[in-house]
Design a protein around this ligand. Sequence first.
Ligand code: B1M
Length: 798
Amino acid sequence: MVFRNPLDKFDKKFIFFDGAMGTMLQRSGLQPGELPEILNVTNAEIIKKIHRGYLEAGADIIISNTFGANELKYNSSNYNIEDVITAGVKIAKEEAACMGKLVALDLGPIGQIMEPAGNLSFETAYKLFKNQVIVGKKAGADLVLIETMSDLYETKAAILAAKENTTLPVFCTMTFQQDGRTLMGTDPKTMVVTLEALGVDALGVNCSLGPSELQGIVDEILEYSSIPVMVQPNAGLPRYDGKNTIYDITPEEFSRNMAIMAKKGVRIFGGCCGTDPEFIKATVSALENIQPIDIKEKDYTAICSSTNTVILGEGIKIIGERINPTGREIYKKQLKSGDVSYIEKEAVTQKEEGAHILGLNVGLPEIDEVKMMEKAIKAIQKVVRLPIDIDSPNPSVLEAGARVYNGKPIINSVNGRKNIMEKVFPIVKKYGGCIIALTIDEKGIPDSAEGRVKIAEKIIKTAACYGINKKDIIVDCLTLTASAQQREVMETVKAVKLVKEKFGVKTVLGVSNISYGLPRRCILNRTFLAMALDAGLDLPIINTQDQGVKDVVAAFEVLANLDKEADNYISIYGSKNDVLSKNDKEDKGESEGDLKSAIIDGIEDRAVRITSQLLKNKMAEEIVNYNIIPALDEVGRMYESQDIFLPQLIQSAETVKKSFEIIKKKILEDGEKNIEKGNIVLATVKGDIHDIGKNIVKVLMENYGFDVIDLGRDVDIEKIVNTVRENDIKLVGLSALMTTTVINMKKTIDALRENELQCKIVVGGAVLNQNYADMIGADYYAKDAREAVKIAEEVFSV
Ligand code: B1M
């Protein structure tokens, strides 16, 4: 078994963690909103009792009551975070030690959304986790358990904090929804690829769903994981009965499902919400006679963003070459001023043109390359889901990039020079990544293929000494220019073949360099590419605008039997028009594109520029109705069909906000000022945070001279009632966008009626219609903002 100390000492087939803490505390009277970790200081006995129950049930490791004990959550409490964590670990330690068992320091999510979708920066998250692990380690924790994570980026911050500040083993589990992804869109495969790369000791899933609903997710984790897999399900699918959250399944049913997982290969078990010592006891007993499955090293090479894994070697994967300043004046100019708009635009364009991975080089001598690399990675990850090839000869730039990257990147590059290997390999080991190995060393690039193979061998062997697996090495046999070194062209092709045969590693080549200095470069590029692909090239770095080069890749995949039944080929070339239009496409590089795509891609400054441009010829409302709303509808569709995930949804909404700021200014400038017509209260109902539509209604109403008291979104019923009463309001406008929140709209209307407030109520939002509005007792339904204004005019004219 591959368990690191101190878990080796168990010498057991399976390891058992404990079950729920939170729901156990709720059963003992903890109220919603109370911070459960405070009990470590105020009522240690209750925590001890829960720990003891689990230890007696057979848990090998108990989890400290420190899940939410971070400075952000505790800064408004009267308790010192260090005291809370120390007490939590010590209580658990006392109980565990007398039975020879261990304590895991529990780290849960911080409770805020990470950048770029939210405000929590990576380094802030890191600092909060760092504080927790330092205190927890000092208090005597035996390992760190990072759990219930929805955001891969936050998880990475926690893992780095644990590994950089302690030598404790790190276990990590994420939480998945019924659609098989975390809230932020990470799928099980991507989680495995990233967490293994970051060097955790065990990984898996906790909370989420009940054990039977988790089976599919667990299967996928087991398929890709080379390290021990851990599962801590809830006691069934949680459901809400209007008062309490209920977990339905029995310890027997729970343990039956755990036994199925054990037979598939899961080695570490425990329970989450709704479980208690009976669940752990039943699981220990159900697994007693099961023979564990050996954990095998999985043989695949993968890189990923937070929501998209690319397996190298499964077909040809194209790296887009255009985010590189060489020969690109606009990009150079922007790099000097720190502007990322070229980078964002090229990321989106190359993705649309078929790149699977984006090359990223920000190297200019006169700029701070480290800062720029960090900024560029964040900018790209905000707008596309493709993995990135972080390209720089400078190890500090590679390190900065690898640190802020969300997922597992390609790190480009190392070479056969001793001092470079010494600097780059520790970075690759620490952050995880596939590393491009250039076949050049202190003596330069060998002329012969054999010479380059030797350097590749040296790099692979040295990497192994750092614990870097051969499957994570991508060898670059270096494309030399045909016009200057014609004889060596075939040596490169031969080297690719030899490297593949001898080491079985993946290979990469920058293709365009072959034709430098010769006319009609595209002809040479295509031909060289075909030769290299035949020799075993996996990752061509190309200009995705060159349709001919992409044609070669598509054709090669058919002829090499990689594109089964030519499915992909037929989907591209089945319709002639498609290819023609692609060839005819103007260089989108320089054009602004339309507002709809700027919103869908989430590129804020482009959306702002286009909006300003549009406002010169179009009415503000026209832009809202014909550009913004259709774009958001498309975003909604893409979200539903899982083409995008929550971070992209948020990014599009943020982009609309920026665009709407200018529109709002224009509407207000053009409005009828100083005509006071009356007061209106507007709110998005409780539980709903969608407010773009409500804000449009507000701006239009103000534009028509109404005074709007905007209560915001997710508004308590009581607050609406009180505001209406205190301000003697004649018209209330309620907005709701989700089927699940329309019920709160009804409750709000009921409360207004029950309080006998003499106001009219208008409702709106995408899920409503006239029928529904009638059903829930509203006076009016407005399908859009314009109609809401008409209704207001009517109400106030009486
Ligand atoms: Co979310 N979201 N979202 N979302 N989001 C929807 C609504 C959804 C349909 C997407 C989808 O799955 N296809 C889906 C709801 C499914 C359902 O219940 N049927 C959904 C979901 C599931 C979610 C989350 C649960 C996702 C998650 O966390 N897993 C989460 C919800 C969190 C919560 O509320 N508790 C969530 C989060 C978000 C963001 C924060 C990322 C963001 C909102 C940002 C913000 O508003 N500040 C967001 C967005 C942008 C959308 C979509 C894409 C666009 C909504 C929008 O702004 N439309 C949306 C899909 C869609 O609707 N196409 C979707 C444009 C806006 C102008 O239209 O609000 O309808 P609308 O307003 C219109 C009219 O309806 C009317 O006037 C406006 C036009 O003039 N109107 C009124 C509206 N209110 C009115 C009030 C009136 C009168 C007229 O009188 C008072």
